[in-house]
Design a protein around this ligand. Sequence first.
Ligand code: NAP
Length: 473
Amino acid sequence: MKMLLGTEWVDRDQTIDVRDPLDNSLIDTVPSASNADVQTALAAAYAARQTARKMTTYERSQVLLRTAAIVADNIEDFARTIAREGSKTINEARGEAKRTVNTLTISGEEAKRLLGETIPFDSFPGGENRRGYFERVPIGVVMAITPFNDPLNLVAHKLGPAIAGGNAVILKPATVTPLSGLKLCNAFMEAGLPPGVLQCLTGHGAILGDALVSDKRVRMVSFTGGLEAGLHISNRSGLKKIGMELGSNSPVIVWKDADIEWAAETCVSGAFWAAGQNCIGVQRIYIHRDVYEQFRDDFVTRTKAYRIGNKLDEATNMGPMITETEAIRVEKWVAEAKELGATILAGGGRSGALMEPTVLENVPENATIHHDEVFGPAVNLYVVDTLDEALAKANSVDFGLHSAGFSNDVTVCHRMAAELDSGSVIINDSTDYRLDSMPFGGVKSSGLGKEGIRFSLQEMTEPKVISWYLPGV
Ligand code: NAP
C-alpha cells in the first residue's frame, strides 16, 4: 500500500515488508518514509491545520459518521486485514472492527458536544461592564503514534477525536501492522475529509520518531505503546501536550464468595485475548484460599481446551504472538519463573511465534513475569488469605491501567473499587473490559492523560477566552 503524504498517496523506492506472524508470508509492502518525508508531512500538516479548523462542527461530525459507515460496510475486509497482519484470530479481529465503528460514531457525536462556558467576569470588584466566555479551540497539529496490538481501533481512538476537535493529524502506525491504519485513512478520504488534514507516514519509529515528536509545529503527541518508547518520546517532545497510553500488569482478585465459574471463564478470555498482547490483559490473579483449588482447576481445564494456530479458522481461539522474538521472550520469562520455583500448570511450550497459553502458580516476586508487563499469553495464580493482603499484592507493581475484583459481597466490592490503584476497577468481570466512550488511561507507569473520545477531545482542544469590556452594559 502507499502512504498518505500531504494530499497524495505516495510510493517510495525503499519499502518495508508486512508479513503474517504465523508463517512469515508476505502480505504487502509499505513505503519506508525518509527524513525528508517527515519534513514534508510536518509542513503540510501545519498548513492544513487552518483547513481543519475551518471545518464546521457539522462537517467534522458528518465526515466521522460517514467513515464509521464505510468501516461498518466493510467489516470483513477490515477484520481480515487485522487478522493477517497482526496476532488476532478472525473472530477477535471482527470484534475490533465493530468496536472501531463505535469509536468513530462516538467521535462524530462528541464533535457536537464540544462546549464552552460563560465566565462571570464581574465576580470581583473591577469586573463591572465585562462579559465573556470561553470556547474550546483546536490545538493545531496532533502526532498520533500507535502500537501493533489493536491496529485499527487504537488508530480510530486518535484520529476520531483529533478530527472531531478540528485538528490536522499525522498518523505513525506500528511498523509491523500498518495496513489497517492505512485502510482507515483511505476510508476518511472517501468520506470527504479535506486533503491534507490527515496524513499517514509509514516507517520505523526509532528512526523517524525524534523528528516527528520534537518539532514545534506539533502541539500534541498522542502516544500508545510501551513504557520504554513512551519515556523516550516524553523526553524528546519539548513544550507540547503529551498523551501517554502505556502498558500494564493487570491484577484480579477472586474473593471466596464469587461466582467462580464465571470468574474462571472471563479471566481465561482476558488472559489470552490477542495472544495476551493486550494492555488490559489479565496477568496476576489473587484467589482466596477457600476457592483456590476450584478456580485453578477450572481455569487450567479451560486453558488446555484452547485451540491455537490458524487465525483465519473460525474455530481457533488464539493466534501467534506478533513475532517469534516476542514469543521467545515470553518462553524465557516462563522458564526463569520455573527456575525460581514456579510451577507450570498449563502450556509453557512454543513453536515459532506460537506461544502456548500458559498458567503458572507459586511465582516468586523476583520473577520478571511477576513484576514486569508480560504482554503475552501467560498468567500467574496466587493464594491469598485476607482482603488486605490481596489488595496490597495487587497494588504492588509499578503499573495501574485496569484492575478487577470478583465478589458477591457489596462491602468487599466497594473496598476493591476504592483501594485498587488503577485507572479503572472492573467489578465482576476481568480487567479486559472497556467501553470505547469511557475515560481510559493509567496511573503510575501505565501512563498520563485519558482517552475515550470525550476525554481525548478535551486533551486535543484548549479553552480560548473571549472577554468583552462594554461600558454602559
Ligand atoms: P512500542 O514498541 O512502544 O511501539 C508503539 C509505537 O511507537 C509504534 O508505532 C512504534 O514504531 C513507535 N515508536 C517506537 N519507538 C519510537 C520513538 N523513539 N519515537 C517515536 N515512535 C516510536 O509498542 P508496541 O510493541 O507496538 O505495543 C505494545 C505496548 O503498547 C505494550 O506495552 C502495551 O501495553 C502498550 N499498549 C498500551 C495501550 C493503552 O491504551 N494503554 C493499548 C495498547 C497497547 P515502530 O513500530 O516503527 O517501532
